[in-house]
Write a protein that binds this ligand. Structure first.
Ligand code: GLU
Length: 282
């Protein structure tokens, strides 16, 4: 259903699913918007496998998501299966890139080691979509100045020292956005004690390294964009543009998550539906 993408301009977009479950109709819609925007601009679309968290990502979901994406008619010109100039395209293979950013943030004093033990840290490698966002950190370890003693991140959690103040940006779809660091989010985790980089850091590093010019994703990640904005600034990198899509909700108004198996793309396929019926249902 999609025509092949041409790289006649500098536009670079991406599809960035996490293999933690089956793709659902919300992904189909967001990726449809991303594809359309790339196509309209004669741009390149990158597929990135966001398999950052070894505890939550499963190989079977990597296969399922690639199959479902192809079945839906999506095409990408760079990705784990086709390669490209900015690979590897799976986050589990990009540790060196994340480590380099970690060192840069450490050396510039932007991050500090945190030894507070909190259950919610387990979530940090995944994009926060609902109530799974990390709570405001009260700041107990904020005053630590021993970051330079660490040659590698493992063993403690690492938090970004979010400068107090307002973060403002204009979303291409939802318009002006305003968040207050210290109120809407606190010193967020960039690297987990078990040596897994956090979503917020990995996604910034990857979007920058892959020269992404526009990030298209769900509106539930707006607050993450504010955090990522701060990371771009701290790292001295140019941020891409952002286009946050409206969320697809189920009949009770709940955001579709992968646990809504009944609304998975896979289920529709198994019921014998065709991709065009999915596009019509959205
Ligand atoms: N991998 C993330 C997810 O599936 C998306 C992150 C993003 O688009 O920045 O939730």
């Amino acid at each position: 259903m999609w025509v092949k993408l041409r790289n006649t301009q500098g536009y670079r977009g991406r599809l960035a699913p996490s293999p933690t479950g089956l793709l659902h109709l919300g992904h189909a819609r967001t990726f449809g918007v991303a594809t359309q925007r790339a196509r309209d601009r004669g741009g390149v679309l990158v597929l990135r496998n966001e398999d950052l968290d070894p505890q939550r990502c499963r190989e079977e979901f990597v296969h399922a998501m690639m199959e479902d994406l192809r079945w839906l008619g999506f095409e990408w010109s760079e990705g784990p299966d086709v390669g490209g100039p900015y690979g590897p395209y799976a986050q589990s293979e990009r540790r060196e890139f994340y480590l380099e950013a970690w060192r840069k943030l450490r050396d510039a004093g932007w991050i500090y080691p945190c030894t507070c033990s909190r259950k919610d840290l387990a979530q940090a490698a995944s994009a926060p979509h609902d109530s799974d966002d990390e709570p405001l950190y009260p700041g107990k370890c904020r005053g630590r100045v021993d970051a330079g003693d660490f040659a590698s991140p493992a063993g403690v959690n690492w938090r970004f020292r979010a400068p107090q103040g307002v973060v403002e940006f204009t979303d291409l779809h939802l318009g002006p956005q305003r968040y207050v660091a210290g109120q809407d989010f606190g010193d967020f985790v960039v690297w987990r004690r078990d040596d897994v980089p956090a979503y917020q850091l990995a996604v910034v590093v990857d979007d920058a390294a892959m020269r992404i010019t526009e990030v298209v994703r769900g509106a539930d990640l707006l607050k993450s964009t504010a955090r990522q904005w701060l990371l771009y600034r701290a790292l001295g990198w140019e941020a891409p543009q952002f286009y946050h899509c409206d969320l697809v909700r189920d009949e009770t108004g709940v955001r579709l998550a992968k646990r809504h198996d009944a609304l998975s793309v896979r289920r529709f396929r198994e019921e014998g539906k065709r991709p065009n019926e999915i596009w019509e249902a959205l």
